[in-house]
Design a protein around this ligand. Sequence first.
Ligand code: COA
Length: 203
Amino acid sequence: MSFELRGPTLSLRIPTEDDAEALLGLASDPEVTRWFSWGPYTDVAQPRRFLVGLEDERLRGEKLDLLAVHHERGPAGITGLYEFSVRDRRCVCGTWFGREFWGTGANRESKALLQHLAFAELGMHRFGSYSNPLNERSTRALIGVGLRHEGVLRGYHRHGDHHLDVNIFGLLRAEWESSALRAEFAGAISVVGSPPPTFVADP
Ligand SMILES: CC(C)(COP(=O)(O)OP(=O)(O)OC[C@H]1O[C@@H](n2cnc3c(N)ncnc32)[C@H](O)[C@@H]1OP(=O)(O)O)[C@@H](O)C(=O)NCCC(=O)NCCS
């Protein structure tokens, strides 16, 4: 199924197994995966396994991971939505980019596209996210794209043998409608195809 969100400098699209080499190149850097319970990638079989599993996760309505592709520089990283409750009309976002894309505005544009997807295409009411309190870069980046820091969830994320605290962030539909990020990309986002139906809330 073809589905793509296009912005001025990058697009978000459903990745395929053919993107495994690109993901290996981007996430073989330990700085990129430092805060995650996976990685860094050392072999192309690892991103391939991740990519092959995505289709089932989409069919089950669990996770909608998209590949960010810079119009000139090619694949940049993964950003997506997960922890869906279509009943409550909420989901959370997660993102990683190759280090060469940090601080370039790619994250900001990808979040404008992802928020457009969540609110305008999927009918969500709440767009959330988490960060490790020690991951100041991610925390600042989330606040910079309009999310509000709502508190700390204690012992929320299991990472190896440890249970870590996480920051919880949220952006509600009405806040998105009047947000600076939405205004910045107004008229600059186009959507090709339809999002997978399992994620779309009833009108
Ligand atoms: C998190 C990530 C997607 C953010 O993208 P980015 O392009 O690096 O972020 P941005 O440039 O949009 O914003 C980073 C913000 O952190 C600030 N920052 C940068 N380095 C920092 C540091 N060491 N400590 C604190 N703040 C820092 C920047 O100044 C900027 O804030 P500002 O807009 O208020 O100036 C990217 O860094 C990444 O892929 N990291 C690895 C994976 C990861 O940690 N994902 C998030 C898991 S929750």
